[in-house]
Write a protein that binds this ligand. Structure first.
Ligand code: CTP
Length: 430
């Protein structure tokens, strides 16, 4: 009896280059016959023992060892990210050394670096290699990171020698994997965003004019903070890039404080590098003053003193002219740098007042196309609308989906939940 089996779960079977590779064929059979969806990732050395056609025929899937084959599907990232379990059998001393040091020089080591699921290694090698201090240290490192390393069994090795180093029988390895999967199922992660890295920008940027003045906007950060709170509750690891917000920081977030659009852009771009989702809820200034005055500007020392005829005297009712320059468009830059990849999912907000000819939704649709993000949350803003309020009403647009999700009027927490429902849809269908 091999335990309770749930079908359809995705398993990556890594095979490294040892004579015991032939036993992995039986292990593969045990998985596929039990309904698992198995992708075999052999190392180049493993293919010297058992060829790619064998793995492809037994798994019913294409097989490759390098990251260049089917590169458009980004297998080096996708396989690990989407797996429910990664099992490497046999795991050689070399494979464990590379894994322990975080190398990513072939497809299997890339899978091990991107996996968020349980990882099981079943080592097989000669006794001397298993007992070598280098291997012992590598195994200890891997175990300390949560990898389940099954001890090899003692017995006849490749030659006439015997000792610890033999690959356990496939039935035993299969049973260990099943038990592990059952444990994960019995003790599920806290929510649908478990293990996902999320970056949220919130608040409104301030563009300094001098040490006491800035150009700002009315954003309070309430909607962005609500998005962060809901994402944490759903299990995500959240980085909150917060611009000038005075709200309590939600528990469990990693907070980055910024002031200006340029600072916000740098913080978001850095955090986005390993993110699954980036939500641009912040109100980012499109322009900043071209010149920053190091000392407080005086009436008598107007910014453009003299340049526009302003003489700074009390009698002069004209004001200085503030020259502005464009800020980077953080959202558009995120979309541009992602290129043709599908990760991270990028969410924009469209703050619109509408005008005589166009509704808020019309303008948001146009902005959605222009920005090229995956989800656009449109809300109507104004001096007493949305900004600073506890409630919100939004239209959520999703790329490739005609229907618009409407949420609110409702609390910003409830609107945040609706936004995450749509984002999860994109995330899990991607
Ligand atoms: N945004 C950004 N960088 C900017 C301006 C805006 O990343 N310099 C992001 C916002 O965080 C939001 C989206 O772009 O997610 C739309 O912001 P919005 O102010 O509504 O639109 P703009 O791009 O500024 O266009 P416009 O001012 O013409 O409406």
């Amino acid at each position: 009896m091999l335990g309770v089996i749930r079908t359809g779960r995705k398993v990556v079977l890594g095979v490294s280059g040892g004579i015991a590779a032939y036993k992995a064929c039986s292990l593969l059979r045990l998985f596929t016959e039990s309904g698992y969806d198995v992708t075999v990732v052999p190392t180049a050395a493993a293919l010297s023992f058992v060829g790619a056609p064998t793995w492809a025929a037994l798994s019913g899937k294409p097989v490759s060892s390098d990251v260049w084959t089917h590169a458009h599907e980004v297998p080096h990232v996708r396989l690990g990210q989407h797996a429910d379990l990664v099992i490497v059998a046999p795991a050689t001393a070399d494979l464990m050394a590379r894994a322990a040091h975080g190398l990513a020089d072939d497809l299997l080591t890339n899978v091990l670096l991107t996996a968020r699921c349980p990882v099981v290694l079943a080592p097989a090698m000669h006794t001397e290699m298993w007992q070598n201090p280098a291997t012992v240290a590598n195994v200890a490192t891997l175990r300390s990171r949560g990898v389940l390393v099954i001890d090899p069994v003692s017995g006849r090795l490749t030659g006439a020698d015997t000792g610890p180093g033999r690959l356990p029988e496939p039935e035993h390895i299969f049973s260990v994997c099943n038990q592990l999967l059952s444990q994960v199922e019995a003790d599920p992660q806290p929510g649908p965003l478990a293990g996902r890295r999320v970056v949220i920008s919130a608040g409104g940027t301030r563009e300094p004019l001098d040490p006491v003045r800035f150009l700002g906007n009315r954003s309070s950060g309430k909607q962005g903070y609500a998005l962060a709170e809901v994402a944490v509750a759903r299990g995500a690891q959240v980085t909150l890039v917060s611009a000038n917000v005075t709200l309590p920081v939600p528990d469990g977030v990693r907070l980055e404080l910024v002031q200006s659009a340029v600072e916000l852009g740098e913080a978001v771009a850095k955090a986005a590098q390993d993110a699954d989702v980036v939500v641009m809820a912040a109100a980012v200034a499109d322009y900043r003053p071209a010149h920053y005055a190091d000392v407080k500007m005086k009436k008598s020392f107007g910014l453009a003193d003299g340049a526009d005829g302003f003489d700074g005297s009390d009698a002069d009712q004209s004001g200085p002219t503030i020259e502005l320059v464009r800020n980077p468009d953080v959202l558009a830059e995120l979309v541009r740098s992602r290129g043709s990849a599908t990760s991270p999912v990028i969410v924009g907000f469209a703050a619109e007042t509408g005008d005589g000819e166009h509704s808020v939704l019309d303008l948001a649709r146009e902005k959605f196309v222009r920005k090229g993000c995956d989800v656009m949350v449109a809300n109507e803003v104004g001096a007493d609308k949305t900004f600073g309020q506890d409630t919100n009403t939004v239209h959520i647009l999703q790329r490739g989906v005609d229907a618009v999700t409407r949420a609110g009027p409702a609390s910003k927490a409830s609107v945040a939940a609706s936004v995450w429902d749509v984002v999860e849809d994109v995330l899990f269908s991607g």
